[in-house]
Design a protein around this ligand. Structure first.
Ligand SMILES: NC(=O)c1ccc[n+]([C@@H]2O[C@H](COP(=O)([O-])OP(=O)(O)OC[C@H]3O[C@@H](n4cnc5c(N)ncnc54)[C@H](O)[C@@H]3O)[C@@H](O)[C@H]2O)c1
Ligand SMILES: O=C(O)[C@H](O)[C@H](O)COP(=O)(O)O
Length: 385
């Protein structure tokens, strides 16, 4: 059995090596020729999987080790009788940690010692938005959730917990977590268009870790050039990897689509597709991502009562996830030609340094308050008193 796989899928050999022969190819440029003799196709989000890629192949199973599925023509796969699996939720915690890190940076920039004073509007409350909301609520933030598809499915009483998009867009921090959906009752393509961007004010922060196309980026470039623009943090872009350098310059923090790139998140994506493929083939699935995760380089941090709760939390958060480091690397590519910038965008993703989730770090708290312990627990760190 031949498995053709994106070379950026971690642990390909460990998970899939005893299922078939593996041919690794670059996901961005994967062609019909690369897959024509494959039985199984494993991708991440940079490969368009459609009739053009697969019509002349014998592929019977496609797995994407990602949450997003907008690169897959699922309707065509179904019509062609090809089985499909995605990895819902695999890197949801990673994205939630990226957003928490950004909110901590924002509070610091505003000289706000109590970050929970910032209201947070979450647009799309599935695996990522739901995980983020859960953490923020445990921390004591005021969270406003907009998710019309879920609101419609809820009982009347629960539907009251959901706000409209316009209400969510009034929060101090607005963070987008919808899938990219082009059609239907709740399309998200250019959900934030010129008129919605116009309503954002200079004291607001807009974070996009969903898909670049959820914001009309041409309108965003214009809005950011006007007086009193909102602050923006962008991890995802229209036309990746050839992103608009002007938008990178205008963004407060600009990262190369890495919010979900914790090691845990990437490896869980591989594990979920290994499980789905094993089930499809009727094979036992005994391997678990935990057995392949190395010991983290940083495993313990200690704080005493001398450190303020927020200072300690900032240090711990940023020792795991600091989007400013990714921002600096992306900005470095701005002086390059357009082709080189696109290559640099993909290279930064391919060579992404190991990033471990908060749960990999044990926090030792000596003589600190109960409130500090609660904060670290809510963030997902392990606590040692
Ligand atoms: N930047 C990254 O590294 C990264 C990582 C993971 C996921 N993502 C993106 O984030 C998206 C969301 O991930 P998820 O795991 O939460 O997906 P999910 O499917 O679990 O949740 C998405 C939620 O969005 C809601 N939604 C759909 N249309 C909406 C609309 N018009 N307005 C408001 N809400 C709407 C859905 O009802 C659902 O609850 C993914 O589809 C992917 O594109 C990006
Ligand atoms: O949808 C997802 O899971 C994320 O956007 C994921 O991090 C994308 O990573 P890529 O497939 O581009 O490696």
């Amino acid at each position: 059995m031949l498995i053709v796989a994106d070379e950026n899928i971690p642990l390909l050999d460990s998970f899939f090596g005893d299922i078939g022969d593996i041919r690794q190819v670059p996901g961005r440029t994967m062609s019909a020729t690369d897959v024509q003799d494959a039985d199984i196709l494993l991708v991440r989000s940079v490969t368009r999987v459609n009739q053009e890629l697969l019509a002349n192949s014998r592929v019977r199973f496609v797995g994407t080790c990602t949450i997003g599925t907008d690169h897959i023509d699922q309707q065509w796969l179904e019509s062609a009788g090809i089985s499909f699996a995605a990895a819902p939720g695999c890197n949801a915690n990673s994205v939630a940690e990226y957003v928490l890190s950004v909110i901590s940076l924002r509070a610091e920039k505003l000289c706000e010692d109590d970050w929970t004073r910032l209201s947070v509007g979450i647009v799309g409350a599935g695996n990522v938005g739901g995980e983020l909301a859960h953490k923020l609520e445990r921390l004591g933030f005021d969270v406003v959730i907009c998710d019309p598809p879920r609101a419609e499915q809820s009982e009347e009483e629960d539907a009251k917990n959901f706000a409209s998009l316009d209400e969510a867009l009034k929060c101090d921090v607005v963070t987008l977590h919808t899938p990219l959906v082009q059609e239907g009752d709740h399309p998200t393509y250019h959900l934030l268009d010129a008129s919605r961007l116009a309503a954002l004010t200079a004291d607001q922060l807009l974070i996009n870790t969903s898909r670049g196309e959820v914001i009309d980026s041409a309108a965003l470039v214009e809005r950011l050039a006007e007086a009193n623009p909102p602050t923006v943090v962008l991890d995802v872009w229209e036309h990746e990897p050839r992103i608009n350098p002007e938008l990178v310059e205008q963004a407060w923090i600009a990262t190369p689509h890495v919010a979900g790139y914790s090691l845990e998140g990437k490896v869980q994506g591989s594990e979920m597709i290994y499980q789905a493929l094993s089930q499809y083939l009727g094979l036992p699935a005994r391997k678990k991502s935990g057995q392949f995760l190395p010991e983290p380089a940083l495993s313990k941090l200690s704080f005493t009562s001398a450190a303020s709760e927020m200072d300690a939390a900032r240090v711990a958060i940023r020792s795991c996830c600091d989007p400013r480091r990714d921002d600096a690397r992306l900005r470095h590519s701005l002086g390059m030609s357009s082709d080189e910038r696109g290559q640099a965008f993909d290279r930064l993703r391919r060579q992404y340094p190991v990033r471990r989730e908060f749960s990999s770090l044990k926090i030792q708290l000596k003589g600190t308050s109960k409130s500090a312990q609660d904060t670290f627990r809510a963030l997902g760190f392990k606590i040692k008193l």
